[in-house]
Design a protein around this ligand. Structure first.
Ligand code: GRF
Length: 225
């Protein structure tokens, strides 16, 4: 499943602003790119998603699969899956894609489907993660990149980045600090996958032939190689 002898093809799913998408666009660009991959398509379930403009500006095919056009979650997911497959991706990247995915969809792409979640999983799956961390009086917050399994935000963790929580933080100041590290760790994980270093096997994340623990690898600001 891992790609080692050709440029990997990414499909990125978004619902909103697309700042993580932008980090992939930037990482894939230029001669000294950090990510040896091509974004084959960007797909949004929301026509108004700002991230679609980011894709258009650099000529990446972008498609809207509006969930409101379907009678059921299953129908939406089946259609979405067909659109994704038409781009023959090696890796499918959920980048702020705000739909819960059915087990059928997840199992169709299992092992090549990753997500970024704005908390230090397993803490705070689901929504409102930053407010949860503030309410709990935590000293640190962060983000986790993980393989997707049918359990919401429950798949094996790959890479986690931590940021401090400051005394005067609110949910939006904390979200901004977390986003800035999301933009570093997400393309890093994609590069691990695309270079054949990372895989999911038997429900575990494996990097360089080592099984990663419950919270995955911890990001170091000195650079993650
Ligand atoms: C990020 O915080 C990500 O962790 C979460 O949704 C947000 C997407 O932000 N899954 P953006 O659209 O990439 O700016």
């Amino acid at each position: 499943m891992a790609v080692t002898n050709q440029t990997a093809r990414l499909v990125v799913l978004i619902s909103g602003g697309g700042s993580n998408l932008q980090s992939f666009i930037d990482a894939c660009g230029g001669d000294n790119s950090d990510l040896d991959a091509k974004i084959a398509a960007v797909i949004s379930n929301k026509p108004e998603a700002k991230g679609l403009d980011r894709a258009s500006q650099v000529g990446i095919p972008n498609i809207i699969v509006d969930h409101r056009a379907f009678d059921s979650r299953e129908e939406f997911d089946a259609n979405l899956g067909d659109v994704i497959e038409s781009f023959a991706p090696d890796l499918v990247i959920l980048a702020g894609f705000m739909r819960i995915l059915t087990p059928n969809f997840v199992n169709r792409f299992i092992g090549k489907l990753i997500n970024i979640h704005p908390s230090l999983l397993p803490a705070y799956p689901g929504l409102h993660t930053h407010q949860c961390a503030l309410d709990a009086g935590d000293a640190e917050a962060g983000a986790t990149v993980h393989f997707v399994t049918p359990e919401l935000d429950g798949g094996p963790a790959i890479l986690q980045a931590k940021v401090p929580i400051l005394a005067d933080d609110n949910a939006s100041s904390l979200a901004a600090r977390v986003l800035s590290v999301e933009h570093k760790i997400y393309p890093t994980v994609a590069q691990w996958f695309c270079s054949g270093r990372l895989e999911m096997k038997n429900g575990q994340a494996i990097l360089d032939n080592q099984v990663l623990g419950q919270t995955g690898r911890t990001f170091s600001q000195d650079g993650e190689r």
